[in-house]
Design a protein around this ligand. Structure first.
Ligand SMILES: C[S@@+](CC[C@H](N)C(=O)[O-])C[C@H]1O[C@@H](n2cnc3c(N)ncnc32)[C@H](O)[C@@H]1O
Length: 222
């Protein structure tokens, strides 16, 4: 899929979901772009989405690719679950309300986190990661980010992380990517360049992006 197609999909998905009742906390367009980029490039087979809410990311991810072996969408709120049941992507996913519903043998190479997860949730997420993984956290979510970083470090799992986004105190327009993929550093550098170019264009196209959005940090942690 080309960048323009991903951008168009971001626009149509965001427009459709932002009109829904309860849409105040849906994923930002920027996070959708980041997720779209990695889903399109990496073509993961097994995806876990934590905090599926109304299904904005679920819908988007299942438009990018309809051939996941397993796509688990975790949502504990029954009203949100009922909203997802009416969506066309529903047939392609496993909607679950707790980590316990994930079969023991299932592991994920791509994890999307869009809510405040507790330390025990973080342990459960890490337990079902594939040997090579990409985790995208929607928003800054500093406590979770650092809990996840320190837990991976405690387990001596090597990884890199990249933080994208401008605002320090808001969850809007930011996300974090953690990965131990062998080629991730190259990908992140490429992604950085592409994103800057794309956001340059997007700035003209969408006024909500007010400035160049730099990659703040690239750390190689062990
Ligand atoms: C920010 S909203 C998600 C929005 C959604 N990604 C979207 O863009 O439409 C976060 C959701 O995560 C759910 N949630 C939070 N913690 C959870 C947990 N431990 N297990 C399952 N769902 C959880 C909440 O019920 C809430 O609906």
């Amino acid at each position: 899929m080309e960048w323009q197609e991903i951008d168009d999909l971001v626009d149509t998905t965001y427009a459709a979901f932002s009109e829904k009742h309860g849409s105040e906390q849906i994923a930002t367009k920027q996070a959708l772009r980041v997720i779209g980029y990695f889903l399109n490039r990496n073509r993961p087979e097994n995806v876990l989405e934590v905090g599926a809410g109304l299904g904005t990311i679920t819908s988007f991810a299942n438009s990018i690719n309809k051939r996941y072996s397993t796509y688990y969408a975790l949502e504990r709120n029954s009203w949100c679950q009922s909203q997802m049941r009416h969506q066309s992507f529903f047939q392609f996913i496993h909607l679950i309300d707790s980590f316990d519903k994930i079969p023991e043998s299932t592991t994920f190479e791509f994890v999307i986190i869009d809510d405040l997860t507790s330390h025990s949730d973080i342990q459960k997420i890490v337990r079902c990661l594939c040997r090579e993984f990409v985790i995208v956290i929607e928003g800054h979510r500093y406590p979770q980010r650092f809990a996840l970083i320190s837990y991976l470090g405690k387990l001596s799992i090597p990884f890199r992380y990249i933080s994208i986004g401008k605002s320090k105190d808001s969850y809007k327009g930011a996300c974090v990517i953690l990965s131990n993929e062998a080629s991730i550093y190259k990908k992140l550098n490429l992604y950085h360049s592409l994103l800057r170019v794309r956001l340059g264009l997007l700035y003209m196209k969408f006024r909500e992006i007010r400035a160049r959005i730099p990659i703040r940090k690239i750390f190689g942690l062990r």
